[in-house]
Design a protein around this ligand. Structure first.
Ligand code: FPP
Length: 237
């Protein structure tokens, strides 16, 4: 199936259930995350095939630091591995990679790899892949608010000029359109601090399967079903 959409489409995904996928197979949680990373490769490929123009993935939340030290370390090394192994393919497939979230708590090697991949792929236009790493919606809003407050204090911004559009400009997602569709796997019906500002008119799809079991056909079915939805954005049609 090629290009089911004739205009920009931003899909965002809460990739949940790696731990449960591993648990039910008596495997270590990190095996679930590794399988999850493998799914990321497939879903990026499918997004290109289906004509999705923006794909945003929730890879690590500001709350995920509460997990065991070994799981956090394992995830961080998985992110480094993913960047190292996928860079060339992402570049040659026209994928522009961006990272959102607070980088200050990440280790310097990972930050370097993230910066390099952003620079390497900055001219690509087929698909914008945004990876949310140490991302939390409330944290993002607080960081933006602090930035705006400092601009007002310096006289570079006037209070009355602060509109939703201006506020959006100070968010990590400033250059991205709002998500059209947010998918969450693993049967949980929560949004978990993922893009709260940007998702006010997003459609949602909640699926039962865990992220490592989420495949191209399920993705295609969700996109087809989404396409048939009537989005009114507060208007009467
Ligand atoms: C949620 O499953 C998943 C995460 C917190 C990590 C997401 C990471 C990946 C999919 C790996 C690679 C990602 C990239 C971008 C290379 P969970 O651990 O919360 O599962 P559980 O709720 O079943 O415990």
């Amino acid at each position: 199936m090629n290009n089911i959409f004739d205009k920009n489409l931003h899909v965002a995904i809460i990739m949940d259930g790696n731990g449960r996928w591993a648990n039910t197979r008596a495997l270590a949680r990190l095996k679930g995350h590794a399988k999850g990373a493998d799914r990321v490769r497939h879903i990026v490929r499918s997004s290109l095939d289906f004509g999705v123009t923006h794909l945003t993935l929730f890879a690590f939340s500001t709350e995920n630091w509460k997990r065991s030290e070994s799981e956090v370390a394992g995830l961080m090394s998985l992110f480094k591995q993913y960047i190292k192994s996928e860079s060339k393919k992402l570049l040659s497939n026209g994928v522009k990679v961006l990272f959102i979230g607070d980088r200050s708590r990440l280790d310097s090697k990972l930050i370097t790899l993230m910066n390099e991949l952003e620079v390497l792929t900055k001219n690509n236009v087929s698909l914008t892949l945004t990876i949310a790493l140490n991302y939390g919606g409330r944290d993002e809003i607080i960081r933006a608010t602090k930035l705006i407050a400092s601009k007002v204090k310096l006289g570079e911004l006037i209070e009355d000029e602060i509109t939703p559009e201006v506020f959006s400009f100070y968010l990590d997602t400033s250059i991205l359109p709002d998500p059209d569709l947010i998918i969450r796997t693993s049967g949980e019906y929560r949004t978990s601090n993922f893009l709260p500002w940007q998702s006010v008119y997003s459609e949602y799809a909640f699926v039962k399967v865990t992220w490592p079991d989420f495949d191209t056909l399920m993705y295609k079915n969700i996109l087809e079903e989404f396409k048939a939805r009537d989005r009114r954005f507060g208007l009467v049609k």
